[in-house]
Design a protein around this ligand. Structure first.
Ligand SMILES: C[S@@+](CC[C@H](N)C(=O)[O-])C[C@H]1O[C@@H](n2cnc3c(N)ncnc32)[C@H](O)[C@@H]1O
Length: 254
């Protein structure tokens, strides 16, 4: 029986782990996207900006970036990290499904596969149309996407980290549902905080993701009104996607 709980919450322990696990520039995407947007002089929107892992380096590179995220914990971290770096960008608590701005952007960027967190096909299509409606004519949409190999996977995920205050943070993720018809997977994560050998906090977060096929996503972009769709694999602009890629990067023009 499905458990009725909000998915993709990114609660406080998940948010704390995110920043320990993924410091600025630890993943290859930031340099790749910074190279793409070097000298870009139009405003950029980063939906699902999280704690600013991408947004802060973009601001430091002189780019005009606005972000939103539904997780209060991630967004608060983003605000603090922007302020620490001397920036106060437009950040708001919104979701991809119903975000709104009274202005348009020159680009929308969603790195590291966050788009898969829109776990329903119809909802994701509506989000792509909403992205197009928030782009200037000729504006670009750049989306990193994990492919169907992730749907087929689902190995248990067990990891641990030391927090700056000495707490031990642990995470155990178990695939709890795989729906091949809807290309959707659910993973239940149990986060724990241990202090002086004692378990002091536990949080359960459900992650629900919809994975896309290569041609399916190209068609989805076109159906949402985008043109000039291109895709590369492995953060390497010189080549197309491969089966073994962890990430494909799509670019399309509004
Ligand atoms: C993998 S993190 C990515 C954060 C950031 N973009 C980065 O580059 O590190 C995914 C983010 O998506 C957010 N998220 C989850 N569901 C969302 C939704 N429906 N709409 C927008 N953001 C969502 C989460 O709160 C989380 O901060």
């Amino acid at each position: 029986m499905p458990i009725d709980m909000a998915a993709n919450r990114y609660g406080s322990i998940a948010a704390e782990i995110y920043d320990i696990d993924k410091p600025y520039f630890a993943l290859p995407d930031t340099r790749f996207h910074l190279e793409r947007f070097a000298g870009f002089d139009r405003p950029i929107l980063e939906p699902a900006c999280g704690s600013g892992r991408t947004l802060v380096p973009f601001l430091q590179a002189g780019l005009d970036v606005t972000g939103f995220d539904p997780s209060g914990e991630m967004l608060e971290r983003c605000r603090v990290r922007c302020a620490d770096a001397g920036f106060a960008p437009d950040l708001s608590r919104q979701r991809c499904e119903d975000f709104a701005y009274d202005r348009r952007f020159g680009a929308i960027l969603i790195p590291v596969g966050s788009f898969t967190l829109i776990d329903d096909f119809a909802a994701a299509m509506a989000v792509l149309r909403r992205f197009r409606d928030h782009l200037e004519s000729g504006g670009v949409l750049v989306i990193d996407l994990q492919g169907l190999n992730f749907l087929a996977g689902g190995q248990p995920d067990r990891r641990r980290w030391s927090a700056p205050n000495g707490d031990l943070l642990t995470c155990g993720g178990i695939r709890t549902a795989t729906d091949l018809l809807r290309q959707r997977a659910e993973t239940t994560y149990r986060y724990e905080r241990w202090r002086d050998g004692t378990l002091v906090e536990t949080q359960i977060d459900l992650m629900a993701q919809r994975y896309w096929g290569l041609d399916e996503f190209r068609l989805a972009l076109e159906a949402a009104g985008f043109g000039e769709v291109t895709v590369c694999g492995g953060y390497d602009r010189s080549r197309g996607p491969r089966q073994s890629d962890r990430v494909w990067t799509f670019e399309a023009v509004a």
